[in-house]
Each structure stands twice: as structure tokens, then as C-alpha cells.
Design a protein around this ligand. Structure first.
Ligand code: SAH
Length: 280
């Protein structure tokens, strides 16, 4: 094979275009960071990996060198031609051109028994892609995704942590989530204004609430109550047609009290509440 790339730096050197702000481009090239990301995604020979936003392709290359099959979705034409030129010879590499937020990513990986998602993606599309993939029910065995640090913190937050809210609870419903790596701005070229964090998500089979009707209530309760984050729980529950006295009884029964605000309730509290309310 005539692939002449020896290190990620060779790919960055060969990349002729400037980083484009409109595509949220902040590139990585440090081999140890790229290895840590691939380790967090447990990328191994024979794996199938979906990558969003390969850019110059350094992470792509590291995963290909590990023997994985990599499907990368890239929006930027300049990056696309660079990737075709430098990584096109890997039979295990598939480049998909276009906007990942407008694609059916599950269909893209269609037919596979399972796949992983590993990406240093642009901040502005990260949450969208994460929510889309999570809701898709695709057979994903692990995701390792880079976010702005505060967003990753919201995803893994529990009661008492800053950023605890509906995103934390939605994440916990579907995944075992952890922060695997925090990177300062200087790890990227050009450096972004904020810190970044790589989070890993291991799906919980069938979600933590397998019963569909109860899960639906859980999601509605979380959404309605956190929309009124500063108000007590009964105010949010009212929007779902639960009268205040009934809400108070239910909240007493799960042991949090009628004056509790949504951010004081754990995942288990919301789960218990959805059980009571869905049972009428
Ligand atoms: N993964 C690379 C590049 C990160 S920068 C690295 O770590 O160095 C983010 C990349 O996502 C850029 O290549 C950018 O062009 C691409 N991108 C931005 N928006 C996108 C979208 N909607 N769909 C697909 N790719 C996108």
C-alpha cells in the first residue's frame, strides 16, 4: 500500500487549507491525544467506526492504523479532497461528503450488527448529533465524542453538580456516561476559546426504563419541570395535567416533598415519580 503517512503531523503538513471558522474547525495532531481518544472509544482491529468531521484526518488515520473500518462524514470540500488523496487507499476507509446534521447516520451504517462513534466534532453540532444518535436506536456499542467542556459536564452531571438538568437525565436514561479527557484550548490548532472534554457513552440496553409508556412519562416530566427550573415540582407537573394536591401526594410518597425543585431530584426520583404518575 502506498500510504506514505508516518505520523499525524504528516497529514497536518500536507493539509493545504486554512482552518475555517464557519465549519468550527479546530484540529488535533498530537499523537498521544489521538491515541487517548481512540483508546476511550476502544477502537480495535475489525471495528466499524462512524466519525463526524474528520478534517485533515489525523484521528481517522490513527483509527485506520489500528485496523478499524472508518466511515467519516465531512462537510468541507477542501478537507474532502485532502482525505481522498491521503487516506483513499485504505480499503477500510469510506468518506461521506455532506452535512452530518442532515443525514440519516443510522442508514449510513445500515446493516451492521454494531458500530462505534468516535469524533472530535464541531461544538455547534455536537449536542445535536449526540441527541440524534441516542434517539435513533442504532446498534451503537460505544460513543466517544468531544464537546465544549461545559456541555460534557451537563451530560454527566448528577444532583448538586453545576449544569444538572434535562440533558443529564436524558443521557443517564440511555447511557453510562463519563468524562474521559479534558483538553485545554492549546491542544487544538487554532485554539478555541474554551476547554474541551471528551465524553464516552456506553448505551444501557433497552434504556434504564424499558417500559415505553413509563419512559415517555419520565421524559415529559423531566422536560416540563426543568422548563420551570426555579419553580417547585408541582408547577411543572401542572402543565402535564397533574393537579397540585395530587402532585404533592406523589412527591411526598417518593420522599422528596412537595416543595422540591427539579434540580433536587435524582434520576431515581424522576423514575419513581413517572411510575406513580403513569399508573394514574
Ligand atoms: N476531527 C478533526 C477535525 C475537527 S474540526 C481533528 O480532530 O483534527 C471539526 C470538523 O468537522 C471539520 O473538519 C469541519 O469541516 C467538520 N464539520 C463541521 N460541520 C460539519 C457538519 N455539519 N457535518 C460534517 N462535518 C462537519
Amino acid at each position: 500500500m502506498s500510504v506514505h503517512i508516518q505520523t499525524p503531523h504528516d497529514l497536518v503538513r500536507a493539509y493545504q487549507s486554512r482552518a475555517k471558522k464557519r465549519f468550527g474547525q479546530h484540529f488535533l495532531s498530537d499523537p498521544s491525544i489521538l491515541d487517548q481518544i481512540s483508546d476511550a472509544g476502544e477502537v480495535e482491529e475489525g471495528d466499524h467506526v462512524l466519525e463526524i468531521g474528520p478534517g485533515p484526518g489525523t484521528l481517522t488515520w490513527v483509527m485506520l492504523e489500528r485496523g478499524a473500518h472508518v466511515t467519516s462524514v465531512e462537510i468541507d470540500r477542501d478537507a474532502q479532497s485532502h482525505l481522498t488523496e491521503h487516506l483513499g487507499e485504505y480499503e477500510r476507509f469510506t468518506l461521506v461528503s455532506g452535512d452530518a446534521t442532515r443525514m440519516d447516520l443510522t442508514e449510513l451504517m445500515g446493516g451492521l450488527e454494531s458500530f462505534k462513534v468516535v469524533a472530535n466534532l464541531p461544538y455547534n453540532v455536537g449536542t445535536d448529533i449526540f441527541l440524534k444518535l441516542t434517539a435513533s436506536g442504532a446498534p451503537i456499542s460505544l460513543m466517544a465524542l468531544m464537546f465544549q467542556r461545559e456541555v460534557a459536564a451537563r451530560m454527566v452531571a448528577g444532583v448538586g453538580d453545576s449544569g444538572y438538568g434535562s440533558l443529564s437525565l436524558f443521557t443517564r436514561l440511555h447511557h453510562e456516561a463519563k468524562i474521559a479527557l479534558v483538553l485545554p484550548p492549546g491542544a487544538f490548532t487554532p485554539p478555541p476559546r474554551v476547554h474541551s472534554a471528551l465524553a464516552t457513552f456506553r448505551p444501557v440496553e433497552g434504556t434504564r426504563i424499558p417500559d415505553l409508556e413509563r419512559r415517555d412519562w419520565f421524559e415529559r416530566i423531566v422536560r416540563a419541570t426543568f422548563q420551570m427550573r426555579r419553580k417547585t415540582m408541582p408547577n411543572g407537573l401542572k402543565k402535564l395535567g397533574v393537579e397540585k394536591p395530587d402532585a404533592a401526594v406523589a412527591l411526598e410518597e417518593i420522599g422528596v416533598g412537595a416543595k422540591a425543585r427539579p434540580e433536587e431530584l435524582t434520576f431515581e426520583d424522576f423514575d419513581a415519580l413517572s411510575k406513580l404518575i403513569s399508573a394514574g
